[in-house]
Design a protein around this ligand. Sequence first.
Ligand code: GLU
Length: 443
Amino acid sequence: MSKYFESFVDYVAVRNPNQPEYLQAVREVAEDVIPYIETQAKDLIACKLFERITEPERTVSFRVVWVDDSNHVQINRGYRVQMNSALGPYKGGLRFSPTVNLSVLKFLAFEQTFKNSLTGLPLGAGKGGADFDPRDKSDSEIMRFCQSFMTELNRHIGGDTDVPAGDIGVGEREIGYLFGQYKRIQNNFTGVLTGKGPSWGGSFIRPEATGFGLLYFVERMLYEKQDTLKGKKVAISGAGNVAYYAALKAISLGAKVITISNSNGTIYDEQGFSQEKLDYVNSLKRNLQDYTKRFPGEYHAGKKPWQFACDIALPCATQNELDEQDVKQLLKAGCMCIAEGANMPCTELAVKAIMKAKILYAPGKAANAGGVAVSGLEMSQNRIGQQWTADKVDGKLKKIMQEIHDTCVHYGKDNNGVINYMKGANIGGFVKVATAMKAQGYV
Ligand code: GLU
């Protein structure tokens, strides 16, 4: 790598100490974008365009105090990272999880910058959340927490300023409580959050969007190789919203889904999941071990899905869940495609191993952009005061995923015809944001 690359990476490391996830995300993009800048966009060096992209426009961190069901006072830390507004209002989800810290949210906001740019919609980038664990909380505790969180957050967001949505630990229920509190404080029914319920300003297909979009992207990658999903064995990690809808869409496209997992273990069903089986998994909450009480299959405590032979691996759980060892195992068993439903689920070494093997690899910023894309469509519907049919939204989602795929091909195809989707997504996402930032001056 070049001198500019080395000094850039040093610069970011010094400015962001103790933020390993953030530095990982920046390095992964820099490896593609810096060679591009040095050869095709030298004018961006002097105006420090890429350095500016790594500095959030604004970061707020705040105290969230609430009272639990036993009348104990609880304190959490809330955040909103307003990363980049060159293309539109800040846009990105809220994550409620004990793993939330500034490093994680900055990496997510950074990824969101490129992801949102790739959608082709007028969306800036942000991310937020709290180190709050919703898993063991009652419904009223969740409501009280959301209300306290929004009592501070409301002053930083707005339909044309910053439009949060869900992420891990934040689904339609939480968005409802957050929206209700926002509306109560601001006295304004507005498109300030996406992922709302369909009867109160939400878009059809928003819950399905990330999982469906992931499969539309994979379908397109395979089509490029004159292949399809028919008969393919698919291993999926996660048991949340993304994993569930990815599994349903994979099944409807003729694939066989053989795993679902959470952080405690993996269900392996050799015969393949059906909608009925997936609904049963949903009803188990965190207790996946009970799957075998009703359906044949195996539960592997403490194991990840990547040890089972599959053609396609779809990590849909969380960051850094698939490591170099997992890649080795997947390759040995004949895996030909890894596509990321989660954000940065492959470790840096895993990505290097996948690249070396030259199998199909779709990075999250391209492959999981369907969620935020339909959020963008929800914003459009809110602005014109209409609700489009599920079919219409699904059609638009499919088209957006195909266009993202084509952008990746445009910027990622090498002279031998091999497509590096990671490079394509990084450069494709960067070019649009960089052009807008340059036009808007030194701000
Ligand atoms: N949290 C999702 C993501 O990682 C969706 C964000 C949104 O809809 O704003 O892209």
